[in-house]
Design a protein around this ligand. Structure first.
Ligand SMILES: [Cu+2]
Length: 155
């Protein structure tokens, strides 16, 4: 009898540890966020505004998709989602109006691919500086995080 109870208890503990049910809705979190270095743009300067890029992985381990609608940062005047495409050996950036994050998926923003474009940098982004980022999702609402400035990896 005691042994049976023990087994039951272990089963319950294992269920709660490993078999946590997948929520019906989306459940998003951000991993490995970082921002490329940049100097602050000169106020009033036109045409050559300083930019930086934000990279991270969006993890959705929920049971439904979500949609990334927009992003913002206190370190930049404007933040847009971009996708770098290479056509005939020429890289160009296309704006992404929104991005679906499927259920049970990982969506990466990385150099040479999807990225956040930070435009009109408001203070010097040197390695080690923490950059506040806010991502707005259709269902999960606002997700705020701090992303450290890191040098771009040599490609
Ligand atoms: Cu871009």
């Amino acid at each position: 009898m005691i042994r049976w109870y023990g087994l039951l208890l272990i089963s319950i503990l294992m269920l709660s540890a490993c078999g946590a049910p997948v929520p019906a809705g989306p459940r998003v979190r951000i991993e490995n966020a970082w921002v490329s270095p940049s100097l602050a743009s000169t106020p009033g300067m036109t045409g050559g505004e300083t930019t930086s890029a934000g990279y991270f992985t969006i993890v959705n381990d929920g049971g439904a998709s979500d949609t990334l609608l927009s992003a913002s940062s206190e370190a930049a005047v404007l933040v847009r989602m971009h996708e770098t495409r290479i056509v005939n050996n020429i890289a160009s950036m296309a704006p992404l109006s929104q991005l679906e994050i499927p259920a049970q998926s990982r969506v990466e923003f990385k150099p040479g691919a999807r990225h956040l474009m930070l435009m009109g940098i408001l203070y010097d982004l040197k390695p080690g500086v923490q950059v506040p980022l806010t991502l707005r999702f259709a269902k999960s609402g606002t997700v705020s995080l701090m992303a450290p400035v890191q040098p771009e990896p040599v490609q």
